[in-house]
Design a protein around this ligand. Sequence first.
Ligand SMILES: Nc1nc2c(ncn2[C@@H]2O[C@H](COP(=O)(O)OP(=O)(O)OP(=O)(O)O)[C@@H](O)[C@H]2O)c(=O)[nH]1
Ligand SMILES: [K+]
Ligand SMILES: [Mg+2]
Length: 399
Amino acid sequence: MGIIEKIKEIEAEMARTQKNKATEYHLGQLKAKIAKLRTQLLEPPKGSSGGGEGFEVTKFGHGRVALIGFPSVGKSTLLTMLTGTHSESASYEFTTLTCIPGIIHYNDTKIQLLDLPGIIEGASEGKGRGRQVIAVAKSSDIVLMVLDASKSEGHRQILTRELEAVGLRLNKRPPQIYFKKKKTGGISFNSTLPLTHVDEKLCYQILHEYKIHNAEVLFREDATVDDLIDVIEGNRKYMKCIYVYNKIDVVGIDDVDRLARQPNSVVISCNLKLNLDRLLSRMWDEMGLVRVYTKPQGQQPDFSDPVVLSADRGGCTVEDFCNHIHRSLVKDVKYVLVWGISARHYPQHCGLSHVLRDEDVVQIVKKKEKEEGGRGRFKSHSNAPARISDREKKAPLKT
Ligand SMILES: Nc1nc2c(ncn2[C@@H]2O[C@H](COP(=O)(O)OP(=O)(O)OP(=O)(O)O)[C@@H](O)[C@H]2O)c(=O)[nH]1
Ligand SMILES: [K+]
Ligand SMILES: [Mg+2]
């Protein structure tokens, strides 16, 4: 029996089993069995180099965004509108057969947007090119799940399930469970609060399923069995997802209003160019990019060319900033001067561990280099943290 059949069989057994206190342990065990099989499914088949042909697209820019959705929801139309790169769109399904990259220029940063073939139910098990598509989604920083506003709302759940089946977790944070395998000592199970979903016996059973007999487990929140399995599997990817409801030109205003109020959702129409700017700003915010402008001593910062940092990709400290400029810079840095939201006063003297925020201005003071006298508009004109204003960007001080 193949892996997929085994999964189907266990799913059927779970559906047959009544959910109550007595069956809780059994169901937990079945969940763990499915999780193990799904992980197996993701491993490339033995003897092959990579598990089929993937979409090899080189990463480019400061972040990567994947367009995921059913066929003909308007993914390619959207890519063409946002990036200017043409991706074939048509009224028939599966128009797009491969991965088409485009670039969005936004807020002085470059975002790689990826158009992908449509996926359908069963994609995670290899239907269509589902596995390759989802692999690209996994490699991106956020996902735009494109949905047809005029179609069933069940599509969103179906796609979420497909992505979850391969270990993606959308708009969730990692469970607050500490888990460490040990060599000896048995299993120590603890929690910092009363638990309502998982008890010691259930935890033991799940660990037993994974043949783990020595481990430390500490629940720091009232997590579920699924959370525990995620932590044990350890290969989950937690990602932001924006639900993009396209084609609002063909549905009534009440439906548009309802969809727009759902969490993490943006309603758009590619045909009428409605709300695309809102989508862009939402996308950009979710990516959490941090633009830092370098200010050479005695000169104005170059506001058109930021160093772009990200908490998910390498971090946002002064040290990360220095490493971005040059690997060997850190050792020469005495301290830095910071203007912007992260500074308590202007300019603030900061060390390497200081965490920078979007639109901060940084001047590096090297060892054996004197700091600037503090003349001019970038000297503390206010004690309150504030963004560098647009006016300051447009009319910089002449030095
Ligand atoms: N009414 C309406 N139609 C749209 C809109 N955006 C796209 N379409 C149409 O929807 C159809 C499918 O668009 P595509 O861009 O090919 O969709 P896709 O998601 O890339 O489709 P596949 O590549 O086949 O998965 C085309 O006929 C588009 O013209 C919109 O905002 N409103
Ligand atoms: K299409
Ligand atoms: Mg397409």
